[in-house]
Design a binder for this molecule. Structure first.
Ligand SMILES: Nc1ncnc2c1ncn2[C@@H]1O[C@H](COP(=O)(O)OP(=O)(O)OP(=O)(O)O)[C@@H](O)[C@H]1O
Ligand SMILES: [Mg+2]
Length: 397
């Protein structure tokens, strides 16, 4: 059975502290330490106790307590941070997650919620210990509009990374309703993210790695749900936990997102090291791109995190690039040429990424170039200034 799990409860509110302590005491195999004051001494105490779980009540000053949660998370070695608040709204949950919280306890407390939350964090610790040093890169490909090439570029980037660098790569299809990475890679799977989310507390990662389908290049795929209606059951907390787990076992986690903001995509973006924001040179998409960039800035994402990729680029559009950068006030990280329709349809219908089927095509070479930039953490490319063209004249009218 092993030694009891150390749980530290930090709560300045007598009423909630006693209520939660009473419930915790009924759970088997736990040792509870209570800290009443939220200060540096509390942090020192947590370092000394080195608990498996810390539960923090975001009371009375939510903002200050969120900052404290971040500090707490940094001093935890193997432990997991759980937060509780009087009103657990989605914005608060998201901000607490950014500070490292992995579970949330709604108030008033009830026995089943508390037990389930603890079981969940302890199961995840077992599956993916925090002390494990491996941490892969998480990159989300986010289209500023539907159909701009998120799936095409995710799958091509994935096979290129696996082929060129022999890296362990997993594609996570987070286009939950209409994901089609499986088709693009010609892979069949018995399980989808729906099954993983459902069994997240008891997941055996080694078994999962064996069970998920592998592409000939070695790329693993975690597909989107098979049934449309199952997309609904996946939330932001599932995303965080799945991403956290995968990055400990793969060098690259490439997330193919749906092209709109909701709890799931925002969580994926938050949990990513890099975001490739995909755009094409038409006015509606450029307009959306500008709005995405503005939102990313408000969300606190820096230029190092968000990289702008121009897809389906036509060589005569070179003239528009400096104006696009000027208008968006953002550098273009990579540009992927437009490939002729017939060869693209051939690739998709056969489920062979173009970088494998036509490695010498301009598009494939551009994907490989983008991959090298990503791997090398290189900065954005300069584009030569060019004469004005008509497109941005339309924009300004
Ligand atoms: N560089 C390119 N040149 C030519 N065609 C391309 C290029 N990139 C993508 N396409 C084509 O554009 C279409 C849409 O691509 P894809 O499915 O990858 O977009 P998406 O952003 O994933 O779409 P959705 O929003 O529906 O998920 C496909 O037919 C694909 O073959
Ligand atoms: Mg897609």
């Amino acid at each position: 059975m092993g030694s009891p799990k150390q749980i530290v409860l930090i709560d300045a509110n007598l009423f909630t502290r006693e209520a939660l302590q009473t419930i915790l005491q009924t759970l088997p195999d736990v040792a509870i330490q209570v800290i009443e004051a939220v200060d540096d001494a509390a942090l020192a105490e947590v370092v000394k106790l080195d608990p498996q779980v810390v539960i923090l009540n975001l009371y009375p000053d939510e903002e200050a307590l969120l900052a404290f949660a971040g500090r707490l998370n940094q001093v935890l070695r193997e432990g997991t941070l759980v937060v509780t608040a009087a009103a657990m709204e989605s914005d608060l949950i998201r901000r607490a997650m950014r500070q490292g919280a992995r579970e949330f306890l709604p108030q008033p407390f009830n026995h089943d919620d508390v037990r389930a939350a603890l079981e969940s964090v302890l199961a995840l610790q077992k599956a993916a210990p925090r002390t494990q040093t491996h941490s892969g890169q998480v990159v989300t490909l986010f289209g500023a509009k539907g159909g701009v090439g998120a799936t095409t570029l995710t799958t091509n980037l994935a096979v290129s990374l696996a082929k060129e660098f022999k890296e362990e790569v997993i594609v996570l299809d987070l286009n939950l309703q209409f994901g089609n990475d499986a088709l693009f890679l010609n892979l069949k799977s018995k399980y989808s993210i729906f099954d993983v989310a459902k069994n997240i507390n008891t997941l055996d990662i080694d078994l999962l790695k064996k069970t998920l389908p592998h592409h000939a290049t070695g790329v693993t795929l975690l597909p989107s749900p098979f049934r449309l209606e199952d997309a609904e059951s996946i939330n932001g907390s599932h995303v965080t936990r799945i991403v956290q787990l995968l990055k400990m076992h793969y060098d690259w986690v490439l997330i193919d997102s749906h092209p709109y903001f909701n709890e799931v995509s925002i969580q994926a973006l938050d949990d990513s090291d890099r975001i490739l924001l995909l755009s094409v040179l038409d006015l509606p998409t450029i307009f959306n791109t500008k709005r995405c960039l503005e939102l990313f800035q408000k969300m606190g994402y820096g230029r190092d995190k968000v990289r702008l990729v121009l897809n389906r680029y036509l060589s005569y559009e070179g003239a528009d690039l400096p104006e696009m950068e000027q208008l968006l006030q953002y550098p273009i990280f990579a540009r992927i040429p437009n490939q002729d329709f017939n060869s693209m349809v051939g690739c998709v219908n056969q489920g062979i990424p173009i970088t494998l089927k036509m490695p010498n095509s301009k598009m494939s070479q551009a994907v490989v170039e983008m991959m090298n930039l990503l791997v090398g953490h290189d900065n954005s490319k300069e584009h030569p200034a060019a004469a004005k063209s008509g497109l941005f004249g339309l924009w300004k009218k």
